[in-house]
Write a protein that binds this ligand. Structure first.
Ligand code: ADP
Ligand code: GLC
Length: 499
């Protein structure tokens, strides 16, 4: 099958979070199954493209009452995946991907409308239409919205199906209703069965409605988002599509994330020989400014976007307790000012205990995974989470809240089996209890080593999840399945009942 990923970020070209890791790795795994893979991304300032050879003439994008112009550059071909970069400097040659100094760019809707339309127009230059277009999150929700509303008469895409993956329901792409004509959409779409959501245009909702199949990134999160607690107001729409909604756990790419081969860490190590891990711990603590590292003291790592999703209010409420415990907290992240401030304050108050870097630093992220003993992810919600999976591989024991992908990927340690420590209630008390349980086991090195080995032996490579995606693609190619998506293809806004 010819499968095209359209996404707003992907390694090695651009990254703010786990979406980029998935868009970098899943196409590789699908190509290894024998499919033809292409990834279309914006060309940001941070993107390091291949040779600057335009593929094609420029693209003309009729948006609103005017035109935008873009070109597409060859991003190179690696692991049988072709990368194409939409170049539109006015929109993408900027410092941040989505924000500047913590605020969303005011023209985000126009930026990703131009990108989505450019992707479709670029695809049309190829003699062979894609069998599948696989879109991700609100930034590319306009691809299915356009396909089923602007391009419904276009024979080129007649046999193309769209899969839409929700990586995070917390970001929906909400804009005022007067946006619709500016991005070439009919005001008739602004209904409760269309893009309307509490008086706003909701692009993610459009992605859910107009795609042929919707996935999210863990089994548990797929269930959670159909409830009021986690559905962010879209639980009804998601529930109405339950027969076309599936949770597929993310894999990870062990090429960059394996302590046996990782080039960014001080020493390599394997489950059979862990001596390198001790070196990593010492070097990490020195790098973070500790004069004489106490190596028997555990290191609790945090690498995260500093967003409320990640449970920083819980961490704030136990911060003084943490400072009183016999451990180092090594934290790396950037994001919401209040959370940055929390770590700055703790670092100033306890400079030997709270070792903090407010930054985005991939090398340090690897070094914290390698040099840590424990890894903390007390998320309020977590669609999948990748860091806890990297932690398992690095023998760094995850302490996580039992939600979404964290619950699916970590098993509570019972003294023999299990890979980490989980707590359920979103309370400081429950979090502290999980940390105390971890510290108790840490105090018995033989049992701790067993726990580390349990995690290191787990295999979360992409092969099996990639096969699940391929099966979904295949089903959508089946003419019988296709006929049941005709409502969406006709461009009529479907009823709430869905299929
Ligand atoms: P999310 O996508 O919600 O941020 P994930 O756990 O799925 O969470 O993925 C986060 C990814 O981003 C990981 O690869 C992690 O190492 C990386 N990351 C997050 N914050 C930073 C940072 N400050 N510096 C370097 N890498 C980071
Ligand atoms: C999102 C989620 C995270 C997930 C990542 C990749 O950013 O917050 O849980 O792992 O996407 O799917």
């Amino acid at each position: 099958m010819k499968v095209v990923f359209v996404a707003s970020e992907g390694v090695p070209y651009s990254k703010t979070g786990g979406l980029a890791d998935v868009v970098g790795a899943l196409p590789k795994a699908l190509a290894a199954l024998g499919h033809k893979l292409e990834v279309i991304l914006p060309r940001y300032r941070m993107t390091k493209p291949g040779p600057r050879v335009p593929h094609s003439q420029s693209l003309t994008l009729p948006l609103g009452s005017g035109f935008k112009f873009a070109s597409v550059q060859d991003g190179g071909r690696a692991n049988n995946v072709q990368a194409d970069l939409v170049d539109c400097p006015e929109y993408f040659d900027r410092e941040g991907l989505y924000q500047q100094k913590g605020d969303d760019y005011p023209d985000n809707a126009h930026r990703f409308a131009a990108f989505s339309m450019a992707a479709l127009e670029f695809l049309k230059r190829d003699a062979t239409p894609p069998d599948i277009i696989h879109c991700h999150d609100w930034q590319t929700a306009l691809v299915p919205i356009y396909l089923r509303n602007l391009y419904q008469e276009d024979g080129y895409f007649r046999n193309t199906s769209v899969v839409f993956t929700i990586h995070n329901l917390g970001y929906q792409g909400l804009f005022p209703p007067h946006l619709l004509p500016q991005i070439s959409l009919h005001a008739g779409l602004f209904t409760i069965d269309g893009l309307e959501y509490y008086g706003m245009v909701n692009l993610l909702k459009g992605g859910i409605i107009f795609s042929d199949f919707v996935t999210t990134v863990s089994r548990k999160y797929a269930e959670e988002i159909q409830t009021p607690e986690f559905g962010c107001g879209l639980e009804g729409v998601l529930h109405s599509r339950a027969d076309r909604l599936q949770g597929i756990v993310n894999g990870v790419d062990y090429e960059p994330w394996d302590p046996a081969t990782d080039k960014l860490i001080a020493a390599n190590y394997t489950p059979a020989n862990l001596t390198g891990k001790e070196t990593c711990k010492k070097v990490l603590l020195e790098k973070m400014g500790v004069q004489s590292p106490v190596l028997r003291r555990p290191v609790m790592g945090i690498v995260s976007r500093f967003a409320s999703q990640k449970g920083f209010d819980l961490i704030a409420s136990i911060a003084e307790h943490l400072a009183a415990l016999d451990l180092y907290v090594v934290a790396l992240g950037t994001g919401e000012p209040a959370h940055e401030e929390l770590f700055r304050t703790m670092a100033a108050k306890y400079p030997e205990k709270f070792l903090v870097r407010i930054a985005y630093d991939n090398t340090l992220a690897h070094q914290i995974e390698a040099g840590g003993d424990m890894f903390l992810m007390p998320s309020r919600y977590e669609p999948c989470g990748l860091n806890q999976i990297y932690s398992l591989k690095y023998g760094t024991v995850p302490i996580v809240r039992a939600t979404g992908g964290l619950d699916d990927t970590i098993e509570n340690f019972d003294g023999k089996s299990g890979t980490g420590f989980k707590f359920r209630d979103y309370t400081p008390h429950a979090l502290l209890a999980a940390i105390s349980a971890a510290l108790e086991v840490y105090a018995v090195p033989k049992i701790w080593q067993r726990l580390m080995q349990n995690g290191m032996k787990k295999d979360f490579s992409w092969a099996s999840s990639a096969q699940t995606y391929a099966r979904i693609y295949q089903t959508l190619q089946d003419p019988r399945t296709r006929s049941s998506t005709e409502v969406r293809r006709s461009g009529d806004v479907p009823n709430r009942g869905g299929f």
